[in-house]
Design a protein around this ligand. Structure first.
Ligand code: PAF
Length: 279
């Protein structure tokens, strides 16, 4: 595995692969890798000849009050996991490499980012789309893989790629869960034992809602209330729970098109996301 930190090194390696007509699969990450990330790597390996992973904790997608400084990092472990999983190029840039001090150009998706997480994190997606667009320009992959735990992020990136004609196909993979059902996230490590136990209500209540939907329940109010009540009982602090169109993220009153039941809640200071597809 080639471990590099400059744009020139990435471009040199990509050009060499292109000369050999090899295809490139890309998994952008913020590191502190878990099985969820590694499932993205596996999907990239199914779709392309060479896998590129980036590890970069992107400051522009954190609000000043958020956890940028304490975001978990363990480069040596990440490097080992990538090597073991067959990653061919690991890109580990510095802030200076990714952003010049007078950086002043942003990529902003203006429809989907107003919903769900965009309401409580108004600058978050601008940082995500900007850094992902930059990474796409640096790596120039044929395919890039994102996880469905961050369903809104994946949709926003698909929209960006479509709207800006970026020649990459976006592939998404299902949520990977811990044995107890908690959706895998680098932020799970912040949870105390008690907070973690209480956070299990997210997956449990989503399963319950999926079950009710399978039995014919179509009312958004009813399905959303299952999650709301479960979070209340678990003494979580609900950010949102919404049933939205999987295409536009507009709120739905009834499940009469492919829908996303999405929740964000705090357990202690840790904000967790989870979701389920309906319809
Ligand atoms: O999902 C993430 O880890 C980040 O938002 C991403 C896509 C790597 C951009 O920084």
């Amino acid at each position: 595995m080639n471990v590099v930190s400059t744009l020139e090194q990435v471009r040199e390696q990509i050009a060499a692969w292109r000369r050999q007509t090899l295809t490139i699969g890309f998994v952008p990450t913020m590191g502190y890798l878990h099985e969820g990330h590694l499932s993205l790597v596996d999907e990239a390996a199914r779709q392309a000849d060479r896998i590129v992973v980036s590890i970069y904790v992107n400051p522009t997608q954190f609000d000043p009050t958020e956890d940028l400084d304490v975001y978990p990092r363990d480069f040596d472990r990440d490097e080992r996991l990538c090597r073991e999983r067959g990653v061919a190029l690991l890109f580990y840039p510095s802030n200076e490499t990714m952003y010049t001090p007078d950086h002043s150009t942003w990529v902003q998706e203006e429809s989907l980012t107003g919903a769900l997480c965009g309401q409580s994190r108004p600058t978050h997606f601008r940082g995500v789309t900007t850094v992902v667009a930059k990474l796409f320009h640096i790596v120039q992959p044929d395919v890039a893989v994102f996880g469905r735990k961050d369903a809104q992020q994946a949709l926003v990136i698909q929209r960006m790629v479509r709207d800006l004609n970026i020649p990459v196909s976006i592939c998404t993979v299902p949520i990977v869960r811990e044995p107890d059902g908690l959706a895998m996230s680098s932020r799970n490590r912040y949870l105390t034992g008690d907070q973690r136990q209480r956070a299990l209500c997210l997956n449990r209540s989503l399963r319950e809602a999926v079950g009710l939907h399978a039995q014919g329940e179509r009312s958004a109010k009813c399905l959303v209330n299952i999650i709301r009540e479960a979070v209340r009982q678990a003494e979580g602090n609900l950010d949102y729970v919404e049933l939205v169109s999987r295409e536009t993220l507009h709120p739905l009153e009834m499940v009469n098109e492919p829908a996303l039941l999405a929740v964000a809640a705090h357990f202690g200071p840790t904000r967790l996301l989870d979701n389920a597809d309906l319809g």
